[in-house]
Design a protein around this ligand. Sequence first.
Ligand SMILES: C[S@@+](CC[C@H](N)C(=O)[O-])C[C@H]1O[C@@H](n2cnc3c(N)ncnc32)[C@H](O)[C@@H]1O
Length: 284
Amino acid sequence: MRVSSTGFVTPSAELIRLAADVPAERAEMAIAAACVVLGEGCREATGAAGRVRLEFWVAPARADRAAERLAAVLAPLGGTGVTRTAEDPGWQTAMREFHQPVEIDGRIRVRPPWHPAAGDAIDVVIDPAMAFGTGQHDTTRGCLELLAGLAPGRLIDIGCGSGVLAIAAAKIGHCPVWAWDLDPVAIAATIANASANGVALTVACRNALVAPLPEVDVVLANLTANVVEPLAERVVGLPLRAAILSGLRPFEVDSVCAHWATVGLEVIDTRIGREWGTVLLERR
Ligand SMILES: C[S@@+](CC[C@H](N)C(=O)[O-])C[C@H]1O[C@@H](n2cnc3c(N)ncnc32)[C@H](O)[C@@H]1O
C-alpha cells in the first residue's frame, strides 16, 4: 500500500477483491449484513442461476479478517465460500465510478480524494480504500444529517471506521472530539484521514463496551443494535445532552430507544428507511 504526499492511503494494485455468491432473494439482506462488517465498496453482478455475486475491495492488511467476517455473516444467508484475488487493473475505474461525493442538506460534502472540493459545504475527504465510512451508506448519511443540526460540544464517535463522522464533527466545531474503534485498521484510517483533513482528534483503539467513556456532551454511535443498546449503561453519570444512534434495523429502533430512555434520553428526530434507522436523542 502506498501513502500519497497528501497523507491518504492511495488505492494501489495491492487491493484484494473478496467475492461470494448469495441467493438473489437474499442479496439485499446480504449486502446490508456485509456493509456492517466491511463498509462500502460492494459491487453486485449476476452470478450462477438465481444467485448474485457480491464483490468487495479491501486492503491486504484487512483481507484475512474481512474474509473471515464476510464468510460468517453470509453463511446463514446461503452465501458460498468467500474467494480472494489480487485486484485486476480495471478495479480502479470501477471504484472511482462507485465512490461519488455525498452531499448532506447542502451543509456537509463527503468526497473521495480524486473529486475536487466544490461549493460552500463543509468539505470532508475520505479515502474509500480504507475502513468503513465513505458517507454513502444510509447509516452514515443519517448520522451526518442529524449531526449537521446539533450545537457543538465535547463529542465522541464510537465505532469511527474511516473517521468520517468524527472529522465532520470537528469541522462543524465540536471540540474536543474523540474517535474510538476496536479495529486497528479503522484507527489507522481515522488517523490518516484526520491528518489529511487537517483536524485534531483523540483517536484510540478501544472497545466502548469495556473502556470508560470520556466526559462528553454528545455521543455518536453508528454500530449495530447489540452494541448500541448496552452502550446506554456506559453513559450513566456523563453530562451527555445528545446521542445520535445508528446501524439499527427499523424493527430494532423502538427497543433501543426504550433502553436509552431509561438513562434519561428521549427521541427528538429520526431517519428511518427501509433497511436502516438512525435516531437523535436528547436529555429530557
Ligand atoms: C458501521 S461502522 C461505522 C463507521 C463510521 N462511524 C460511519 O458512520 O460510517 C462500525 C464500526 O464500529 C466498530 N465497532 C464495533 N463494535 C465496537 C465496540 N464495541 N467498540 C468500538 N468500536 C466498535 C467497527 O469496527 C466498525 O469500524
